[in-house]
Design a protein around this ligand. Structure first.
Ligand code: FAD
Length: 427
């Protein structure tokens, strides 16, 4: 059975596939076999985390909200539930996730296991919402990991790329549902560079999209509010569907036929089209954007103090190396944490996302980004996106790298949860 990820850059033939619905069924799968095992949520990672030559576990049927504790503001949820379904179900119950990334197609455990993040310097990666979880180990036994009960294990294992076992349930800290006020508009690149270190402190959430080959950035600012929703059906249809989805895809197609057109498209067509927005909506509807067209991504986290230098240097690198880019480049901010494998470990971070919707030239762009930006500024790559750096480099930027490696080899001495990519990283 052929498996492929969302972007279509990873494909393999799965020998055996299983769709468990409970912790007990996952235990049974692991106890009745002894070969290699990988599991996936929704395949929304670009990196080769999933391929295996034996058992592949599809977690999509582990999809129920098991309970909501209204005293503690915690929800216990099966690990394969999709964030988009949880957004609706939590809202119906009066709750929301305190922060989210750009889409909600991912599974809960899939998003958390690769350190998925949103933007807002007061907010850590999504994994920080985890209070405890159940992990089925290589021998089929269940390990309960909890922030309070076994804090060291918790901080080592929340981000594990599925290398420690299969997570079946997670208890997540949620917050009473809230609205966000979005104010967004096009600004000059240099003005953003000059002010960004102040702006990140002034807004609950801020992120930017730089349009390559232009001097413009789209700046999104969101504040948490109790004011009622005021967004209109017409604006949503026009901007979030016709312009952001259909018109944008048309421009990508036009630019892909002749890549030199991309400069004109970005500067003369796309940036002038993006009108200022001032609206109030449900939080998850503002955090999430319409699902983008298929494209390639690498995204790295850096010390936030480098932000203005990084933006300018990245812009210079794109022009000097002659990359012709058609996609927005995303800039986000995340609070530092103490998860062993979090790209934000120990430092408030700025993420720079290098994206392009064209396989031609992608490998060269990735290499240039890594060499001239990523490695040069001690960045840490997003685990779910593409990167080439290996264990030596990662050890140099992750202070707890060897602690994680020891935990992994203690918990899975025979490497049941390893595959080619993970052998390269942790083997
Ligand atoms: C269009 C798009 C937009 C994105 N936006 C963002 C964004 O805004 N912010 C951001 O940080 N990232 C973003 N990502 C990256 C994405 O959030 C991560 O790659 C995420 O891991 C994908 O979730 P998934 O459920 O598809 O996991 P998968 O890709 O299926 O799996 C990811 C990893 O999690 C492991 N895993 C999955 N389920 C379990 C489980 N139950 N137990 C143990 N391990 C498990 C897998 O083995 C694998 O190692 C985006 C990706 C796409 C395609």
């Amino acid at each position: 059975m052929e498996w492929q990820n969302w972007a279509g850059n990873i494909r393999f033939d799965a020998k055996r596939m299983a769709q468990p619905t409970s912790t007990e069924e996952v235990q049974e799968l692991l106890k009745t076999s002894n070969g290699k095992v990988r599991c996936f949520g929704t395949g929304h990672s670009w990196s080769a985390l999933i391929p295996t030559d034996d058992l592949l576990i599809d977690t999509s049927k582990l999809n129920r909200v098991l309970s909501i504790d209204r005293e503690k503001n915690q929800a216990t949820i099966q690990a394969g539930a999709k964030l988009k379904d949880l957004n609706l179900e939590l809202w119906e119950s009066g709750y929301a996730f305190s922060n989210l990334g750009s889409i909600a197609e991912q599974s809960l455990a899939g998003a958390i296991s690769t350190a998925t993040h949103g933007s807002g310097i007061g907010f850590q990666i999504l994994g920080s919402m985890v209070e405890s979880f159940k992990l089925v180990k290589a021998d089929g036994e269940v390990l309960e990991v909890s922030r309070k009960e076994n804090s060291e294990l918790y901080h080592l294992s929340v981000i594990s790329l599925g290398s420690l076992g299969i997570i079946t349930e997670m208890t997540i800290n949620v917050v009473p549902k809230f609205q966000l006020r979005e104010r967004s508009g096009i600004m000059d690149f240099e003005e953003v560079c000059d002010n960004i270190l102040d702006w990140v402190k002034e807004h609950d959430h801020i992120k930017m999209w730089w349009f390559p080959h232009t001097d413009k950035m789209m700046v999104y600012r969101y504040e948490r509010t109790e004011e009622p929703v005021n967004d209109t059906w017409f604006r949503q249809k026009l901007m979030d569907e016709w312009v952001s989805v259909y018109f944008y895809r048309l421009m990508l197609w036009w630019g892909n036929r002749k890549p030199t057109r991309r400069r004109t498209i970005n500067s003369k067509v796309l940036t002038p089209f993006l009108a200022d927005v001032d609206r109030i909506e449900r939080s998850y509807k503002v955090f999430n954007v319409p699902e983008p067209p298929i494209h390639r991504e690498t995204e790295w986290a850096f010390d936030i103090n480098h932000a203005p230098t990084l933006f300018r240097e990245y812009k210079r690198m794109v022009e000097s190396k002659g990359h012709l880019m058609n996609f927005i480049q995303e800039i986000r901010f995340v609070k530092g944490d103490d998860f062993a494998l979090s790209p934000c470990h120990g430092r408030d971070s700025v993420y720079i996302g290098c994206y392009n919707a064209d396989n031609r030239g992608w490998d060269e762009l990735l290499v240039d980004f890594e060499e001239h930006i990523g490695i040069k500024y001690n960045g840490r790559p997003h685990w779910g996106k593409e990167f080439n750096v290996g264990t030596d480099y990662l050890r140099s930027v992750y202070p707890k790298w060897d602690d994680f490696l020891k935990l992994r080899s203690d918990m899975d001495a025979n490497g049941r949860f390893m595959n080619g990519m993970l052998e390269g990283l942790f083997g």
